[in-house]
Design a binder for this molecule. Sequence first.
Ligand SMILES: Cc1ncc(COP(=O)(O)O)c(C=O)c1O
Length: 391
Amino acid sequence: MASDERFPTRCIHAGQVADPYGAPYVPVYNTTTFGFTDTQALREAAAAPDRRPLYTRYGSNPTIFAVERQLAALEGGEAALVFGAGMAAISAVCMAHGQGGVAVVGNAYGGTLELVSERLPALGWRGHLAFPDEMEALDGVLSAGFGVVIIETPGNPDLAVLDIGAVAEAAHRAGALLVVDSTFASPVNQNPLALGADLVVHSATKYLGGHSDLTAGAVMGPAALLEPVAGWRKTLGQTPSPETAALLARSLRTLDVRMQRHNANAQRIAEAMANHPAVRQVHYPGLPDHPDHALARQQMRAFGGMLSLTLEGDAAGAMAMVDALELFLNAPSLGGVESLVTQPVMTSHADLDERERARRGIGETMVRLSVGLEDADDLIADLEQALARAG
Ligand SMILES: Cc1ncc(COP(=O)(O)O)c(C=O)c1O
């Protein structure tokens, strides 16, 4: 397909190949292996398993190839790899490129923090967590010679926006690759590769899957950087099943329309909550008084479906508010068609001690919302009744 197709067209047509029976999409090749007419044909396939179907764990399966072409087209990357989970994608990138050490700069998903601060050091690898307040002194932080720098923007759970171009320059000055976790934004709202990132990772479990019914991950970027990542995916057995790949491909066809509603609903809710007396602060980059609003306007097309509220009162009050919600399901994920609520201190950042949480701006009364596709007025009414009931 032509590379200049616009985003909604790419969502639907990218990655497809002509089917002998006229199927509009590459079907689910639900097999573990592929046979050959003779040994010479097998040897040719084995020499290029990234292009010819051979063995599904290697990722060499037509259904997996198709969703990878689609993912690459959506991020504007040369190539993509799909994984069985977002954490599988992030781990494989670290294994492939992080021999010199891995640094996470700013806030990030708790699983990424755990990987870098505990799992990699357990193998003897250097892992470093740079706090959000160290951004100004980034060159000093990165001078230790890390192989990989990871950032998440917008960040989890405070929705801080980091300057991808500026961090990429600092990472490159220090000889590191910049990997951006763009899960919160989705490729509809932001394309980090175009802003200077070397690789983009997504928990495809979230907006890319979009229905809370699949677990997957993705990495997009130049083929040369993805080749060693594919090697780790193969040996660690991190490839998703063909059914999951096909379900993800199905979901990507509606990504653009879903994100438009996520964006609009979250903006409406952020504006409504900004004036609520029980809400001390709304963390949403689409609000003009968000500290990173100007930067967000420069590097994002829209601001996404995630927002956090810091409530007045105490932890018990925040818990009472969450428990009083009727439409928002209390569940630790995001990006589905249904609205979810979570308290980061109970879920994604439960393993951090109090001092570290404070330095990351994650308070006990912080409530994170994943705004779904319901009617915005119904969601606002639900939040208002829960805040009233919680007192
Ligand atoms: C921003 C972000 N990155 C990565 C992950 C990990 O994704 P997965 O649960 O698909 O492994 C998550 C999970 O919540 C996340 O929120």
